[in-house]
Design a protein around this ligand. Structure first.
Ligand code: 13P
Length: 248
């Protein structure tokens, strides 16, 4: 059975003070949480969160990585730097990076490969735009996004990848995919993996992201192929985040 995973994506939010309060509040509410819980925080706060989480069950992640080892890449952050702060997870291919920073499927696949080669677990984000859904292209888009990664890293690598299906029209809009809409695509994603390797498809976690909140989390997470959530806005409120962590 796949473990439920709840990951918070703070995006470009928080401050030193907010980080302190948020992480302390999450930690103090984590008794009885059975899910794996990850917080993907902005780079400047990683050292602070590393110190706060200590050996607790709260895991630290980053929100992006650069594919190069080191060198003249002003403003960028390498996997070694991410690992230096005890992080074991990294978000790759978030729709905001795809749309605002022009990351295409090939770049995303390379980032997944670099993360895996360096023992970081990638949270690989995929998902369609509203116009793609409206023109019946959801499956085509999602399957291209995932296939590019399979082509580069191989299906076996999906034993160490967390997939996050985030329909772009649901991100930050308050419009959540219905459990049926989400489950349909999750099951489709699993079927793509199964075409390559049935066993791998059964163990790869597939999270849902896009306006997940304490009110809709339980119904979504209880769907057969939904193994947890990647949470934006609601991960910035400790009580909401904790409620989602306990929703499964
Ligand atoms: P929201 O939960 O704010 O819709 O954001 C989802 C997301 O983008 C997580 O990566």
């Amino acid at each position: 059975m796949r473990q439920v995973i709840i990951a918070g994506n703070w995006k470009m939010n928080a401050s030193k003070e907010v980080t302190n309060i948020l992480v302390m509040d999450i930690l103090s509410g984590m008794v009885n949480v059975k899910s794996k819980v990850i917080v993907c925080v902005p780079f400047p706060y990683m050292a602070q969160v590393e110190a706060l989480v200590g050996c607790s069950q709260l895991n630290l992640g980053a929100q992006d990585l650069n594919i190069n080892k080191s060198g003249a890449f002003t403003g960028e952050v390498s996997v070694d730097m991410i690992k230096d702060f005890g992080a074991r997870y990294v978000i790759v291919g978030h729709s905001e990076r795809r749309s605002l920073y022009f990351e295409n499927n090939e770049i995303v696949a390379q980032k997944v490969q670099v993360a895996l080669n360096n023992n970081l677990t990638p949270l690989l984000c995929i998902g369609e735009l509203l116009e793609e859904r409206n023109s019946g292209k959801t499956q085509e888009v999602v399957s291209e996004q995932i296939q590019t990664v399979i082509d580069l890293v191989g299906i076996d690598a999906f034993k160490d990848i967390i997939v996050a299906y985030e329909p772009v029209w649901a991100i930050g809009t308050g419009i959540t995919a219905t459990p049926k809409q989400a489950q349909d695509i999750h099951s489709f994603i699993r079927s793509i993996l199964a075409k390559h390797d049935e066993n791998v498809s059964k163990i790869t976690p597939i999270l849902y992201g896009g306006s997940m909140n304490p009110r809709n989390a339980s119904e979504l997470i209880n769907c057969k192929d939904i193994d947890g959530g990647l949470i934006g806005g609601a991960s910035l409120k400790a009580q909401d985040f904790l409620q989602i962590c306990k929703a499964s």
